[in-house]
Design a protein around this ligand. Structure first.
Ligand code: AMP
Ligand code: MG
Length: 328
C-alpha cells in the first residue's frame, strides 16, 4: 500500500518499534525486572531506558529535526546508585547499536525531552511498566503527531496474542496510518492484515477492558457506568495500550478510563498510538464528555478528562451511562 506522504516515516517507525519490542522482550527474559524508582515513585527498568534510547537513536538518525516527546529521561539513570542499571542499558544496547558511547546513549534518551510542536513523535518505550515488572502485558507505543492530530500510530506488543488477548510467545505489532486503515501482524513477520472493530451493537453484551492497576481509575464510577449499561460480564484487567489493540482487533468493545481524580490528565504517549489504531479500525475514542482527544496541548491531554474507547456502535450510550453515574 502507498502510504505517502508518510511512507518513509512509517518505514522508520515500524523498524524502530519492532526492534524496540524485541529488545524489551529480550531484556525481560534475560535480566528479569531490575526496577528503579523515579522521583514520583513510579517504577522504571532497564527496558524503559534501553527501548527509549534505541527508538530515539533510530528516529534521530532518520529525522534529526523532529522533536521527540517521550516518557523517560536520563536523570534517575545518572544517579550514583543507578550505575549497575546504566551498565545493563549499555550492554543491552550495544547488541543492537554496537559501540554507541555512553554519552550518546544518555543523549538519545534525553531527546525525549523535546517540545511538542507542529510535527513531533511521541513515545512510551514501555507502556505498562507495572505489567512488565509483574510478568503481564506491556507495549512499545510510538506515534507521529502533526497539527495536534495523530497521523501514524504503532504498538509493538511482545506478549500479546490478538486472537484472545493472552500471553503469546510470538508477539503482535499493530499500526494505523490516517485514512489508510489499521493493520496487525506478528512481531517478527511482514504480513499484516486489516483490523476491524467488532460488530456487537448491544451495550449489555460489551466486553469491557480496564487498567490492571486499580488506582489508575475511579473504580466506583467505572462500576456504576458498567452497571447502568446492564453489562454483566466482569471486565478484563489489562495493562497498557494492549487494550486499544484488542478493541481494534474486534476482541473487545469497550475501554473505560475514568480518572481517579478530576484533575488527572493522561500523558499523550499513553493514548496517541492506541487512539488512531482504534479509529482506523472503525471505532471511536473520546474523553468522558464525548470530546475528541486533542494531542496538540503539550505533553499531557490538558483538554480531556478520561478516555472512552469503543467499537463505535454504542458510544453515545456509554457517554450517557457515564453522565448518569456521575450525577448523584
Ligand atoms: P494503564 O495500564 O492503561 O493504566 O496505562 C499505564 C499508564 O498509566 C502508564 O504509562 C502511566 O503513564 C499511566 N498512569 C500512571 N499513574 C496513573 C494514574 N494514577 N492514573 C492514570 N494513569 C496513570
Ligand atoms: Mg505508559
Amino acid at each position: 500500500m502507498n502510504l505517502e506522504p508518510w511512507q518513509r516515516e512509517f518505514d522508520v517507525a515500524l523498524g524502530a518499534v519492532r526492534e524496540g519490542a524485541a529488545l524489551a522482550r529480550d531484556i525481560r527474559q534475560r535480566l528479569g525486572e531490575h526496577v528503579l524508582l523515579k522521583a514520583d515513585r513510579s517504577p522504571v527498568t532497564v527496558a524503559d531506558f534501553s527501548v527509549q534510547a534505541l527508538v530515539a537513536h533510530r528516529l534521530g538518525q532518520a529525522f534529526p529535526d523532529d522533536p521527540l516527546v517521550a516518557e523517560e529521561d536520563s536523570a534517575s539513570l545518572q544517579l550514583p546508585d543507578a550505575r549497575p542499571t546504566l551498565q545493563s542499558v549499555l550492554d543491552v544496547l550495544h547488541r543492537v547499536v554496537p559501540g554507541l558511547p555512553a554519552d550518546q546513549v544518555l543523549e538519545a534518551i534525553d531527546r525525549g525531552r523535546g517540545t511538542p510542536g507542529q510535527r513531533f513523535w511521541t513515545l512510551d518505550p514501555v507502556d505498562g511498566t507495572q505489567g512488565f515488572v509483574r510478568g503481564d502485558l506491556y507495549v512499545v507505543a510510538l506515534a507521529l503527531i502533526v497539527g495536534g492530530r495523530v497521523e501514524i500510530g504503532l504498538l509493538g506488543c511482545p506478549e500479546l496474542s490478538l486472537s484472545d488477548g493472552r500471553r503469546d510467545a510470538v508477539g503482535t505489532i499493530v499500526y494505523a496510518v490516517r485514512n489508510r486503515g489499521a493493520f496487525g501482524g506478528s512481531l517478527g513477520g511482514d504480513k499484516f492484515t486489516p483490523l476491524r472493530v467488532s460488530s456487537r451493537r448491544e451495550p449489555r453484551l460489551a466486553r469491557v477492558l480496564r487498567s490492571f492497576e486499580s488506582d489508575h481509575i475511579d473504580i466506583k464510577t467505572f462500576n456504576e457506568t458498567i452497571r447502568t449499561l446492564g453489562i454483566e460480564a466482569a471486565p478484563t484487567l489489562m495493562d497498557s495500550q494492549a487494550k486499544h489493540a484488542m478493541i481494534a482487533a474486534g476482541q473487545a468493545e469497550l475501554l473505560i478510563r475514568v480518572p481517579a481524580t478530576p484533575e488527572f490528565r493522561d500523558k499523550i504517549w499513553d493514548q496517541a498510538a492506541g487512539t488512531i489504531i482504534i479509529e482506523e479500525a472503525g471505532g471511536r475514542v473520546t474523553d468522558m464528555r464525548g470530546t475528541s482527544l486533542d494531542f496538540g496541548t503539550g505533553r499531557m491531554l490538558v483538554r480531556n478528562e478520561g478516555v472512552i474507547a469503543s467499537n463505535g456502535h454504542f458510544h453515545a450510550a456509554i457517554l450517557d451511562a457515564f453522565l448518569s453515574a456521575t450525577e448523584e
